[in-house]
Design a protein around this ligand. Sequence first.
Ligand code: ZN
Length: 644
Amino acid sequence: MSGWRTHGGRVGEFVVSHQHPRHSRRNAIGGVGFRFVVASALAVATSCVGLVAPASAASSPGRSILDSASSLPAAAAACSPGAHTLGSLGDRLYPETGNGGYLSVHTNVDMVYDATTNRFLAGNDVELTDQATQCLTSFSLDFEPTSLDMVDGPDMIVGSVTVDGQPAGFSFVQPTFPGDPYGQADPNPAAHEVSQTDPVGGPLDNPLPPACSPELTSTDASLQNAQNGDQCPADKLVITPTKKIRNGATFTVVVNYTGRPGVHHDGDGTTEGWFRSSDGGFVTTEPVGSEAWMPLNDFPTAKPTYDFYDTVGAGLTAITNGRLVSTTPDPASAEFPAGSTTWHWTSSAPIASYLVEDSVGFYTLSEHTGPTGIVFYEAQDTSIPAAQQAKNLKIMNLQENITDFESQFNGPYPFTSAGIIIGTPPASFEEEMQTMITFAGGSIGTSVLYHENMHQWWGDNVTESGYDMTFYKEGLATLAQAFYTALRAEHAAGDTGTPARTATFDASLVSQFDKRYAKGGSAWVGAPSDPTPYTFFSNATTYQRPMAAYIALRQILGDANFAGALQEIQRDYGGGNIDEVRLEAAFHQWMPDQSTSCSLRLDAFFTQWFDTAYPSANGATKPQITGPGLDGPNFYDQNGGCST
Ligand SMILES: [Zn+2]
């Protein structure tokens, strides 16, 4: 993602700040945020039949979360509920998301959408094909049917759920903090609280980890802890089939739902999800906003393939991931008196939860096929002024060249299609929706296109293993912007046309590193791999510091080896995800000096750049290993070894 996500502190009021990678999401306007007051201990799951908490569990939030282990059943029953989270004990970034006990294999989105009223109509459903990884008595999805944001938030109702064609029971429950030894139906209200931090803290000084991240309505830093200690909303959709699902079985879940899709409020006060436009809806959703328009397994590593069958009023265009298969006109009906069209798009490549695109409006949509067979789509909302559309088109037309350039070091483009959609809502961030990059606010910029296009390899094809790995893909996407700056320097120096990157290109990267390294400020204060929900999309920490680390790594490994590592990661993890250990191991393999001392120094390099917080805000302390030719202590000693 890229783009400073800036919007007003009050619900529904936005301040446009466009054409920036999703960097620091700021908001200078204080606002009165809502607080969750909807849930109580009684709202905790009643449908779960898993681990039963001892009676004493409800007594106070102060108990140790570990002292109850001995009270657990001796062995898990043969069949049990799937986990209501894919998070781990102590996670503070969206610990409420993801669902265990099954793998997400394929999703059909059967959208029936009235753009005039901004509502999903009868017949709207998702059909999820999953594979059980345990014997399941019940399992869950993430779905935010309603929000305290009454204007732009979702307001949807689930009508029915079936599992393998049979009606299934369903209920909405609160999340429980991951790893709660009292089970995910823990009757202790403290096990279901919001926080920025671990432990929750808050007015009652809750010592337990958070069960969910806040949904702030202001980005004012002084209000970031305003919801700590509130109850999490009940956005876990628990489904209980009539029959147990055996381990290994493939099963199909259909969730019928209607109503108004909307945006999700994040832990930093910004929003993402389904943005209302005058002619429909514009979908851009990192990190968790997909659940504000459809039920899904809302975690980055859940990557089903997709088919979209979007029925919208005649004349409207539905734009999703993948390739357009067909458009089918439908006769006039009560819902669509002027007729409708069903747009079928398909993606045989798996798509991470936050990269599912599905926008509707009056769009121009064109396509052309590149020499290697990649289909490039270009879409713009027709309400964008003609002169701006012409400007936009010139930049959109660069995507094929940018893809060629980025393929030089990433390896082959991983998908069979690529595309850009420019919508009108001032979402104030751009996002790397898989094969269909979103630009908000009616315009596009070249540097940010380099960023989002780079994500097609980094984030999309090789997805982060969890939210705390977001820095890994944002750093690489920001590196693509540094490369673009270097390309322009090359052009200015008259080096244009040389096939290989030149001394001018390399000198520009060195200069960009040195400038970043010299700066004080927040880049060094927080560790990129350990943000809070509030600092998650900090420009300095999540984008700029990892970008600088990759420039240093390129200097340490050499250009060719750096590209070799990138391509190997694509081959090994494409279609899946990567964690920090595996990422770093891949770069280790491409170290020109395979000595133990250099290996240890590379470990220290990663620890300093990715995992270490340097509390001095003026930059007095920061990573003390850089690379050859860069400011700061060199990775190599004067003999070219790693004795330092
Ligand atoms: Zn990005």
